[in-house]
Design a protein. Structure first.
Length: 648
């Protein structure tokens, strides 16, 4: 029985966290806050950098601790903090830098100076507590809860206290109402009660103009603007957003049964993930009724916003697409947390709300030993209060969203070997190294960077493609490979390059003769460029010394980021609120007139498009026309928008 569902709120918790701070620690903070300087106060909390955050989710216990070395070739990679029992009792890591700019540095291993030494790696410290909050947010915005009305089946004087769901013999069935909801009558007090209908009985409960939903969905995923959609359908803008929410809810219900359940039952020997970020500009708009404060402008009128998406390079299936914006957070909550945990004197990695960047804490009146002046406090407080005049919600540091995004994908899929492809984006590279540290240590995960020259024009890229293909064929002809396909010739070419000495890592020898590797920053050009972007350069960041030249060549040959680039282009071309900026009439700047000022609706539109892209839109590849869901193996046919909307 399919029951009606509704969106979840921040009050609906999906994970059960264990307290990150004890009541004793909180009281100690409050006692020492007025006495210590901010530097000393923060120093006393440095231990939190390596404290894991534990929580329960779906019956399992998880531990988040991502402050460790992220260099896959370093001796300390993925290892926890530890104090060694030698002279001076040094630790594996030490914290360096200032407040909000703290990094983790790999210490020298003084237990044996002749042994392989750490490579002096540094990585920005993050808040494990804040990361767990971001994971919970991404779970919540992609989940629904069943509507559970509080029925009164009996009159106050009735002697019974039963329901027709548990004791149906106490009730008569009196047909259905106009809305197709079942009507029950108590046999004792004769009270009539209508219950919420199921979706099989009524797909239009509490919804007007239901007949426009299929056309509305088609207009949405075909870049029709909000105004034009309202004109075509004859609806107001309020109805437009109501239909958008309804369609989003339909997609989430569809994904529960057609994506989450099949993926939980399926296992994959190998998965090639390709992740990228889409950047768009969010218009910073005043709240309704705040026009009188239009002179109190924020510094940023156009805010850069990021969307993180991950696709399977083989099937083009897009597993997730998450926007780095929290529309449920309020500055009042930030202020409450600051007052309770005294976070204004803490480092970023010690804060609960570190993911909100400059709004991670609220300004507080300077204490006696504070290094902040009262005038600085007033200026900071003024800027903080000005933010209240604008639309609710705060931007999330894209690094936190990327880590939560990948963590959920890792726990969504049952995969034996992982291959991760991205461009030269440090936040994405760092996220994979933190989330998949165990798999990298076991040699079950490899990280590959694929970059292109973005300065090339389309004609230059096409010429590069033709010249490179011709040169590759000539190379194959000289070696007697003319009967092989272009991909096979490319495989032989890469293997030959590796045998001739191309290495992604330099080999070093320690004082006791042990061999170790360091990153050489020696990229290899892919022998088959793309016709639209030109030459690709490949770099492998994880240790591949245990692989043969043929295995490494296969790894390089299969590297491409076409799947995620295709989806991001689809977003630009099919969603009007996320299209590229327009050039102004004067030609002196860019206009973001179509940009949506409320990212919640952008998240809805992207999820709807992702569902349509995965299950309804088939494409030709190697002579076979299938949808990404069919290629991944979780669908056996092409779905229609009507099936998604009406659960047919």
């Amino acid at each position: 029985m399919t029951i009606y569902k509704e969106f979840c709120t921040p009050a609906d918790t999906f994970i059960k966290p264990k307290p990150f701070l004890s009541s004793k620690e909180i009281k100690n903070r409050q006692d020492t806050y007025e006495v210590l300087t901010p530097k000393k106060f923060s120093f006393n909390e440095n231990k939190l950098a390596f404290r894991p955050m534990e929580f329960e989710w779906q019956g399992k216990t998880y531990e988040i601790q991502m402050n460790h070395c992220t260099n896959p070739l370093c001796k300390n990679f993925g290892l926890p903090q530890e104090k060694f029992n030698v002279k001076g009792k040094p630790s594996r890591y030490k914290l360096i830098g200032e407040i909000n700019k703290t990094s983790i540095l790999c210490n020298s291993d003084k237990r044996d100076l002749n042994d392989v030494q750490p490579q002096k790696c540094t990585v920005t410290a993050l808040s494990n507590w804040s990361l767990s909050e971001e994971i919970e947010r991404l779970i919540r915005i992609n989940s629904l809860k069943a509507i559970q009305p509080d029925y009164e089946f009996h009159k106050p004087t009735c002697i019974l206290d039963s329901t027709p769901f548990k004791t149906p013999k106490d009730f008569y069935k009196r047909g259905v109402s106009k809305s197709k909801s079942q009507i029950y009558q108590c046999k004792t007090c004769k009270k009539y009660t209508s219950v919420l209908p199921t979706k099989q009985r009524n797909t239009t409960y509490h919804q007007q103009r239901n007949e426009i939903l299929p056309l509305f969905a088609k207009l949405l995923v075909n870049k029709t603007s909000i105004n034009r959609t309202c004109e075509i359908l004859g609806i107001a803008k309020g109805t437009y957003y109501q239909k958008l929410e309804w369609l989003y809810r339909c997609c989430l219900e569809f994904l529960e049964t057609r994506e989450a359940k099949p993926l939980a039952q399926q296992s994959f020997d190998q998965m090639w993930l390709t992740t990228d970020k889409l950047h768009y500009v969010l218009n910073n708009v005043l709240k309704r009724g705040q026009g009188k404060n239009s002179s109190r402008h924020m510094d940023e009128k156009q805010l850069p916003t990021y969307i993180i998406a991950t696709a399977d390079a083989s099937s083009n299936y897009v597993f997730r697409s998450d926007i780095a914006y929290d529309w449920d957070i309020s500055l009042d909550r930030i202020e409450e947390d600051t007052q309770l945990y005294k976070e204004d004197h803490l480092n970023g990695f010690q804060r609960k709300n570190d993911r909100y960047a400059k709004y991670s804490h609220s300004p507080m009146i300077p204490t006696k030993n504070d290094t902040q002046t009262f005038n600085e406090y007033l200026e900071q407080s003024k800027n903080f209060d000005t933010r209240r005049l604008y639309v609710d919600g705060l931007h999330v540091n894209s690094g936190y969203t990327a880590k939560a995004h990948l963590w959920l994908i890792k726990n969504q899929l049952n995969v034996q070997k992982w291959r991760f492809i991205t461009d030269n984006d440090d936040s994405l590279i760092n996220s994979f190294q933190r989330v998949f540290k165990d798999e990298i240590l076991l040699k079950d995960a490899h990280q590959i960077v694929c970059t292109t020259d973005k300065t090339l024009t389309r004609n230059q890229a096409k010429r590069t493609f033709f010249y490179s293909v011709r040169a590759l064929k000539d190379w194959g002809k000289l070696r007697g490979y003319e009967k092989f396909s272009l991909r096979q010739i490319a495989l032989f070419y890469i293997e030959d390059e590796l045998k001739l000495g191309h290495r992604f890592h330099d080999q070093q020898v320690s004082g006791n003769g042990e061999i170790f590797h360091t990153h050489a920053n020696n990229r290899m050009k892919h022998p088959i460029p793309t016709s639209d972007r030109g030459q690709r350069e490949i770099d492998i960041l994880t240790d591949v010394s245990h692989l043969t030249e043929f295995q490494q060549a296969t790894l390089i040959l299969n590297t491409n980021d076409n799947a995620i680039n295709s989806f991001l282009q689809i977003i630009r071309r099919r969603l009007s609120v996320l299209e590229r900026p327009l050039v102004t009439a004067r030609g002196d700047g860019k206009s973001y007139i179509y940009a949506n000022f409320y990212p919640r609706y952008s998240q809805m539109a992207i999820t709807i498009l992702r569902t349509y892209y995965n299950f309804c839109r088939s494409f030709n590849s190697q002579g076979v026309k299938k949808t990404p869901a069919e290629r991944l193996g979780i669908a056996d046919r092409v779905y229609t928008l009507e099936e998604i909307i009406y659960k047919r």
